[in-house]
Design a protein. Structure first.
Length: 454
């Protein structure tokens, strides 16, 4: 029996750049920004003391969208990250031309869900703790807690509610590996199909992390940019600068990226549109530090190498990498070093393209990996690489204390910086593959390899 092949047949993106897949992808090509100052938020007074003044919040239309889609009772029961999962799954199923109401009993039993979240229902945790501690209210302590407090905050509740809502009775799985969550979710779902546990999977991650406490926490950890208002009225649009020498930390974002994965025979039989094939999955640990990547880039390198081995490909087959690239001083340097160790100067010379997304939308934490994997799939499908917004001059950041020991030649990749319309990728139709990287706190790494389905 031939090994199973796994393909992508549906995509849904909801990001600070837009609430539709087409809108997000076109926004990337047009160098649009989804970033905004914290002063523009409804509860802006809560952010006053936080040194970071910019976020990648979802468009205001999201609230209107969910109010039309869900009843007031449902909205009270579901945290925003659960709402994101339900909406994105519906959109991905529509894109895949799957009518979930018409699935047979056997199809439901073999259709699973793998949706993760990095921090789950953060805002409900905060609100319940405030209510608990409010001594001036008659309802405080135990009596102030919402009856559905726990089901609203658990990270697996997006997956659980999607399974219930759409009647999908296959594997019900949820990953929470910080900023690698989305990539691990897709990789695990790929393995479920590959190994026969399911014929189809809803896969990806969601995050509703734009909150004063989470922003303040990342600011205290000194991971996030503290760029502030300048003479440029749109200063916030340049706050996230992946690989650029003037990067100063990431911008907190939120959103969702959901893919529909299927066994290729199932997809072909029903006449599905096939975006790409999932060829390989790699994962590793730095085993070094809770927030800082290994200085030799060993974990990131091994993750990419494993994905290629799993795909039966080599570094010479890579035409494009969608990097993790958070816009941090050290993180971007270490990832560039990993890519350079993998590809060498030969990769630079043959024009491997590096297209980073976070300059447009910020860092979507747990959802970053699935959003960026979806972008990689679309780039492969369309034969074009989206630009790395705000990457004007790739290089070592002045505040990086280890920059003196690094080789400048590794910065000679084609980072597709601020290229309106992106860069054409002819090799996408000639057998080249795409890698998508995601790395998270705790030293967790994940890489996905995609190729044209042939």
């Amino acid at each position: 029996m031939a090994p199973r092949r796994v393909v992508v047949t549906g995509i849904s993106l909801m990001t600070p750049l837009g609430l539709t897949t087409e809108g997000v992808f076109n926004g990337l090509l047009q160098l649009k920004s989804g970033l905004k100052p914290t002063t523009s938020l409804k509860n802006s007074n809560e952010y006053t003391d936080i040194p970071s003044k910019v976020v990648g919040a979802l468009p205001e239309e999201f609230d209107e969208l969910v109010s039309k889609e869900f009843s007031s009772r449902e909205l009270r029961r579901w945290n925003k990250f659960i709402q994101l999962g339900l909406l994105s799954t519906k959109n991905a199923l529509i894109d895949a031309n799957i009518d979930y109401n018409s699935l047979s009993e056997n199809e439901r039993n073999l259709f699973g869900v793998c949706i993760g979240s990095g921090i789950g229902g953060w805002d409900d945790i905060r609100q319940n703790m405030i209510a608990w501690a409010n001594k001036e209210s008659k309802r405080n302590g135990y009596h102030a807690l919402q009856p559905l407090f726990i089901p609203k905050i658990l990270a697996n509740m997006s997956a659980g509610n999607v399974s219930i809502k759409f009647g999908l009775r296959g594997p019900n799985h949820s990953v929470s590996t910080a900023c690698a969550t989305g990539a691990h979710s897709i990789g695990d779902a790929y393995r479920f199909i590959k190994d026969g546990y399911a014929d189809a999977m809803v896969a990806g991650a969601v995050e509703a992390g734009v909150d004063a406490i989470s922003l303040g926490g990342f600011a205290r950890a000194k991971s996030i940019t503290t760029i502030s208002e300048s003479d440029d009225k749109n200063w916030y649009e340049s706050a996230s600068r992946p690989f650029d020498a003037h990067r100063s930390g990431f911008v907190l974002g939120e959103g969702a990226g959901i893919l529909i994965l299927e066994d290729s025979e199932r997809a072909i039989k029903r006449g599905a549109k096939i975006y790409a094939e999932v060829l390989g999955y790699g994962l590793s640990s730095d085993a070094y530090h809770i927030t800082t990547p290994h200085p030799e880039a060993s974990g990131a390198l091994r993750s990419m190498q494993m994905a290629l081995r799993n795909a039966n490909k080599t570094a010479d087959d890579i035409g494009y990498i969608n990097p993790h690239a958070t816009s941090t001083l050290i993180g971007d340097r270490i990832e560039t070093l990993a890519m350079w160790k993998l590809l060498g100067n030969a990769g630079i010379e043959r024009g491997v393209k590096i297209g980073a997304v976070k300059g447009h939308i910020g860092h979507l934490l747990g959802a970053a990996g699935s959003v960026e994997a979806a972008i990689a799939v679309l780039c492969l499908y369309k034969g074009i690489v989206t630009p790395s917004k705000n990457c004007v001059n790739a290089g070592h950041a002045p505040g990086d204390r280890d920059m003196e020991n690094a080789d400048n030649s590794m910065w000679n990749f084609d980072f597709v910086g601020d290229v309106l319309g992106g860069r054409a990728w002819q090799g996408a139709n000639e057998g080249q593959v795409a890698l998508s990287n995601s790395f998270g706190f705790g030293g967790t790494n994940s890489s996905l390899c995609f190729g044209k389905f042939m």
